[in-house]
Design a protein around this ligand. Structure first.
Ligand code: CP
Ligand code: NVA
Length: 309
């Protein structure tokens, strides 16, 4: 049994194994319908319990499909439907119950500490479906999408992030170390990645490149990633923050200054950080990106259940 909480805590070898497996599985089910089960039904009879303390469309649906396609099933809960945090039921007791009924637990939360707490009391694997410091299933799937579209290892590409220093970027930074790719980040000075994550990069003998000028950040980019300036439950003056990011909007003029075949990716939901023209344009692969979450999460589930080939 293995947990999937932060990319930084998983070996590069295992992350690569997950991607290789996802590629094989995606190819093998080209002619299968949405809910048809992969040959061999590797997670037959297994149940994934998913709990959301914050909104989700893609993560919720893609995990549902992922476990179904492996032969298992899922139960999706909102935390306010449980005793947890109400009526005084502890994480330890809830974790024991989840481990009694289910085989895996996926959680989206506003508290990294809560994930750690659950991990300590569960006897089944836990998957981080987004926390303040990480969105690991999203970013591993994004690495898969980049390699699928570009048809080369991500280590040979210049990856660029334009936007806030949030959970998705933290996972992308971890991925840049694990998969050895060049990562350039464009954001206002005030919103640069924090010391903790920068120190971790240094400790791993890698570098990230931070620019406060958006044009310098996208120069020679093969892939431009972005995300909403205002994340879920971001407790800031929203109007002010959007204003501070105004110069960092990704529009056609900007993307045309990157490498000729530069693609655009975005985890969704989107806000004002990208123009419609780019988001819905030829360089954008956001729908393929969203679909690939199903394929990569299947291999993440197999990794957690100790069934990765
Ligand atoms: N990208 C992503 O995680 O989307 P949801 O918030 O809809 O799950
Ligand atoms: N950074 C965003 C990602 C949403 C999928 C958030 O945390 O809301």
């Amino acid at each position: 049994m293995k947990h999937f909480i932060h990319l930084k805590d998983i070996s590069a070898k295992d992350l690569r194994k997950i991607i290789v497996d996802a590629k094989k599985r995606k190819n093998l089910r080209k002619r299968l319908n949405t809910l048809e089960v992969d040959k061999g039904s590797p997670l037959k009879g297994k149940m994934l319990i998913q709990m959301f303390e914050k909104a989700s469309s893609r993560t919720r649906i893609s995990f549902y499909l992922a476990i179904k396609q492996l032969g298992g099933g899922t139960l999706t809960l909102r935390s306010n439907e449980l005793h947890l945090g109400q009526g005084g039921e502890s994480i330890a007791d809830t974790a024991k119950i989840l481990s009694t009924y289910g085989d895996g637990f996926m959680m989206r939360t506003d508290s990294d500490e809560k994930i750690e707490n659950f991990k300590d009391h569960l006897s089944i694997p836990i998957i981080n479906g987004l926390s303040p410091s990480s969105h690991p299933t999203q970013v591993l799937s994004d690495v898969f999408t980049v390699e699928e579209i570009k048809k080369k290892p991500i280590s040979k590409l210049n990856i660029c992030w334009i936007g806030d220093s949030n959970n998705v970027l933290d996972s992308l930074i971890a991925a840049s170390v694990k998969f050895s790719f060049k990562l350039s980040i464009g954001c206002p000075k005030k919103f640069e990645p924090g010391k903790k994550v920068r120190d971790w990069v240094k400790k791993n003998n890698r570098q990230i490149f931070i620019y406060n000028d958006v044009k310098n950040a996208v120069k020679e980019a093969d892939v431009i990633f972005s995300d909403k300036v205002i994340s879920l439950n971001d407790k800031v003056n929203k109007k002010k923050k959007i204003e501070q990011f105004k110069k960092f909007k990704i529009d056609t003029k900007l993307i045309n200054t990157a490498n000729k075949d530069c693609i655009f990716l975005h985890c969704l939901p989107r806000g004002d950080e990208v123009s419609d023209e780019v988001f819905l344009g030829k360089k954008s692969h956001v729908w393929q990106q969203a679909l690939n979450r199903v394929h990569v999460q299947k291999s993440i589930l197999l990794y957690c259940f100790g069934k990765l080939r």
